[in-house]
Design a protein around this ligand. Structure first.
Ligand SMILES: Cc1ncc(COP(=O)(O)O)c(C=O)c1O
Length: 344
């Protein structure tokens, strides 16, 4: 995509910075399927420690990291509970069913506003007359939920619900770094609440590739087998791990800047009846139900002005801020979007 465009479609569009490329070029590598890549081993140890868990495993994508974790927690013909908009059941192309034989049941899409009592009421125990619930998955921050942050108190209540029922709790933490920055909750605090987490280096953190599954040593040993079975065993992956380590060191605190830019975008569209009420982090979900433009028409008009946005539904569009955007890029979007919305 030429830089002619201000790309607000996703935080996955970032390219490695010069410093990150230097770190990649200098990375020590080995064969990671043999467990011999020092850069991967260092990244896994670092991420496990950040979340206070025993171990972590580097995976090629957030989807694979999620699906490895779900297969660790839920056996074939058993059940996962999550919300109807969760990435694991919306954008992972049926992987839990296809690869894990996992049955999924959802609570209504409420983004980050989860009611733990509703979740508790859905859990089904063992018995020959029902599919037994084995795990609950939540998303921090919530992608289709406009980057909403699940409050720590809610997560603690959900941990209580899971413990009471004897089921596991998984976090799709693709953007958990943003929650950490927005709510000032230490990553280790989040870590202690979950049996498994998947955390991503290639979204807001700006690395080109990679996510990690985080959990106990026993789980991560099994995760290594599942990853290999799914074709995710990589060889000299240290080049990618070095980018991830650089991102962890350099790109977490700067997320506050992305959050501030997202807030500016939300403010700019608010006068046109375009609700973006959940904005806390770098995702801005635009609710166009009260506007004459639908999401496709808005995206087409924005593109004509050099601004790329995502269409999530007929009347839902999404803007995402990330480290590839300069202040001048945001100024261009801040000028174009109100102009388009006012003209319609
Ligand atoms: C919340 C969430 N989880 C998981 C993923 C999957 O990541 P990947 O695209 O690396 O498979 C994404 C991707 O956007 C996401 O937003």
């Amino acid at each position: 995509m030429p830089d002619l465009f201000v790309d607000l479609r996703s935080d996955t569009v970032t390219r490695p910075t010069a410093g990150m490329r230097e770190a990649m070029a200098a990375a020590e590598v080995g064969d990671d399927v043999y467990g011999e890549d020092p850069s991967v081993n260092a990244l896994e140890a670092e991420v496990a420690a950040l979340f206070g868990h025993e171990a972590a495993l580097f995976a090629p994508s957030g989807s694979m990291a999620n699906q490895i974790a779900l297969q660790l927690l839920v056996s074939p013909a058993e059940e996962l509970l999550c919300d109807a908009d969760a990435h694991v059941v919306t954008y992972e192309i049926g992987a839990a069913a296809a690869y894990g034989g996992i049955s999924s049941r959802t609570w209504p899409a409420v983004g980050a506003d989860i009611d733990p009592e509703v979740v508790a009421g859905m859990i089904r125990p063992d018995g020959y007359f029902a599919v037994p619930t084995r795990a609950i998955a939540v998303e921090q921050t919530h992608n289709r939920g406009g980057g909403g942050v699940i409050p720590l108190a809610t997560l603690r209540d959900l941990r209580g619900v899971a413990d009471e029922a004897g089921v596991a709790l998984h976090c799709d933490g693709a953007r958990i770094w943003h929650a950490h920055v927005a709510d000032q909750v230490p990553l280790i605090e989040y870590g202690r609440l979950f049996d498994t987490l998947s955390v991503c280096l290639s979204k807001g953190l700006g690395a080109p590739v990679g996510s990690l599954v985080v959990g106990s040593a026993e789980k991560i040993e099994r995760a290594r087998l599942i990853r290999k079975r799914m074709g995710g065993g990589m060889r000299q992956a240290g080049i990618l791990a070095a980018a991830g380590r650089y991102a962890l060191a350099q790109h977490i605190d700067r997320l506050a800047d992305d959050h501030a830019k997202a807030a500016l975008l939300a403010e700019a569209v608010a006068p046109f009846g375009v609700l973006a009420t959940t904005v806390r982090t770098n995702l801005v979900a635009l609710d166009l139900t009260k506007h004459t433009l639908d999401a496709r028409a808005l995206a087409a008009a924005a593109r004509a002005e050099g601004v790329l946005i995502s269409v999530l539904g007929p009347r839902t569009a999404r803007l995402v801020t990330h480290l590839g955007l300069s202040d001048a890029d945001i100024d261009r979007a801040l000028a174009a979007l109100p102009r388009i919305l006012a003209a319609a």
